[in-house]
Design a protein around this ligand. Structure first.
Ligand code: NAP
Length: 266
């Protein structure tokens, strides 16, 4: 079988570097190009830290897709760029696997419609770590039995979006199991603004940003006389790569947009 031709956007980033290693070392994948915001026209090996001289570097996605024909675009950039890249990939018939977080609900809806119209597979996964997906699924299960829950997500201090895509996805999955409920004391007042975190249908979401952290989340349920805590920790970025690999292998068989790794795991 011909290898799956892959383009990676954001190769110099923390996630992008891991994705380049993964694509280069996975049998059946062929990294053909990268989309960077500098180094146009160079080879990947011209960039410090990389050795592959067969991979072309582009800064313009249109030029990249006109000269190369990847099967899959892996996007690990920023919310603004990731959104434009995903749209453009769909226009060119390239299947996006998007790890970039921070898309709005409207943007997700638009991309979903576009993928359906063009019958092109697309996977947007706010968390590629299998353990994180299980943490979300277990939280969804627990939500049937516990009405009160708070989500505490913890990330490195270079993260651009808050709350994290994983926290939003977790809140959505929990919301699918319960009626909206205002939690805490009905008369509670914040003496410092933001103390109770963000509010998603009455659930509170707290975002911690500290150097030293990678990606962590704790979902805490409370009921009379008991609490249940479900926690996942990613200690390095290679923890995400088995999920990226599954997404690349799966997206070429899809003809719609799938949001969340949990929807493609058996
Ligand atoms: P990062 O280290 O800041 O990397 C982002 C990279 O994108 C940088 O190298 C940046 O280049 C590059 N970039 C920005 N605009 C670009 C453009 N127009 N074209 C090409 N490259 C561009 O961030 P990260 O930690 O790797 O995270 C990347 C994204 O993945 C974030 O949205 C993050 O939340 C998400 N993430 C997802 C998962 C998951 O499991 N789904 C896990 C971790 C992180 P410059 O440095 O030159 O600006």
């Amino acid at each position: 079988m011909a290898p799956i031709k892959v383009t990676i956007a954001g190769p110099r980033g923390r996630m992008g570097k891991e994705a380049v290693k993964m694509a280069e070392n996975t049998e059946g994948f062929k990294l053909i190009s990268v989309l960077d915001n500098k180094n146009n026209g160079k080879k990947l090996s011209d960039i410090e830290g990389f050795v592959n001289s067969e991979v072309s570097v582009y800064t313009d996605i249109n030029e990249c897709f006109e000269e190369e024909t990847p099967d899959v675009l892996i996007d690990l950039t920023t919310p603004e760029t990731g959104y434009i890249h995903t749209k453009t990939a769909l226009e060119y018939g390239v299947r996006p696997v998007v790890g970039t977080t921070g898309f709005s609900t409207e943007q997700l809806e638009e991309l979903k419609m576009m993928a359906a119209e063009k019958k092109i597979g697309c996977i947007i996964a706010p968390n590629f770590a299998i353990g994180a997906v299980l943490m979300m699924k277990f939280s969804q299960m627990a939500a049937k039995y516990f009405d009160d829950v708070e989500i505490i997500e913890l990330h490195h201090d270079q993260k651009l979006d808050a709350p994290s895509g994983t926290a939003v996805k977790t809140a959505e999955m929990i919301a699918s199991q319960r009626e909206p409920k205002t939690q805490g004391h009905p008369g509670e007042k914040e003496t410092i603004r933001g103390a109770r975190g963000a509010d998603y249908e009455g659930m509170h979401i707290h975002s911690v940003r500290l150097p030293g952290l990678i990606a962590h989340q704790q979902v805490m349920f409370g009921a009379d006389g008991q609490t249940l805590t479900i926690r996942h920790d990613s200690y390095n970025r290679s923890s995400f790569m088995s999920g990226v690999k599954v997404c690349v292998e799966t997206v070429i068989k899809l003809d719609t947009l799938v949001y969340g790794l949990e929807n493609i795991l058996d």
